[in-house]
Design a protein around this ligand. Structure first.
Ligand code: AMP
Length: 216
């Protein structure tokens, strides 16, 4: 079972993927999280990706698809967060799965307007050690700058500054929107209003996942 969550940066893909992966026993494959971890560890992959990530640009498709191919198992249960990001990646994913006679089960778009996405990105803070996500205005850690979960430093992502956040939204509009258009005509496509409270978004996504689970 392969489920894809699509949405602009700041639309809540990460938060929702974590909740739903735990709830339904999916592996959460978040390409942005993987890149940040590899960059922090200064691995070969991290060094290849770091300038793109820092500047809000997409990492080249060949690097991303090789990374995903090494981590995904077509016969497993995966919730994909941040991949695919363009049509080429979607086609690469389809051919990875096709070898095992598998197709994508569900694509959900978290729809959010750009102004709200920018607001959310500028308030977002993450733990530099465990990746836990906070909001500087509405959900800060109990102790300023210290992660509740692991005691790591809570910081703003380098690519969440206003200028880079705007650039990432433009990349989303240019490259990911055509992908949304590609899936929108398909039966596996569903859309959720991401302006709603996280619990409501989760409930809507859960209903779609349960409907797909019931069919398989
Ligand atoms: P995210 O955490 O999903 O917002 O991703 C952060 C950054 O990681 C993006 O701005 C890209 O630089 C890179 N990245 C993550 N996923 C992909 C992908 N599927 N293709 C290309 N670059 C990606």
């Amino acid at each position: 079972m392969i489920i894809i969550l699509l949405g602009a940066p700041g639309s809540g893909k990460g938060t929702q993927s974590k909740r739903l992966a735990d709830r339904y026993g999916y592996q959460h494959l978040a390409t942005g999280d993987i890149f940040r971890a590899e960059i922090a560890k200064k691995t070969t992959l991290g060094l290849k990706a770091q300038d793109y990530v820092k500047n809000g640009k997409l990492v080249p498709d060949a690097i991303v698809t090789e990374m995903v191919a090494g981590r995904i198992d077509a016969k497993g249960k995966f919730l994909l967060d941040g991949f695919p990001r363009n049509l080429e990646q979607a086609q690469a994913l389809d051919s990875m799965l096709k070898k095992d006679g598998v197709t994508v089960s569900l694509v959900c778009l978290l729809a959010l307007d750009s102004a709200e996405a920018i607001r959310r990105m500028s308030a977002r803070r993450i733990c530099s050690q465990c990746g836990a996500v906070y909001n500087a205005a509405t959900a800060p850690p109990a102790k300023d700058g210290v992660c509740d979960a692991c005691g790591g430093a809570v910081v703003q992502r380098e690519d969440d500054t206003e200028a880079t956040a705007k650039k990432r939204l433009m990349v989303f509009d240019d490259l990911t929107q055509p992908l949304v258009a590609y899936y929108r005509g398909e039966q596996i496509f569903e859309e959720v209003d991401a302006n709603q409270a996280p619990e409501k978004v989760e409930a809507a996504l859960a209903a779609f996942i349960e409907a797909v689970g019931a069919k398989s």
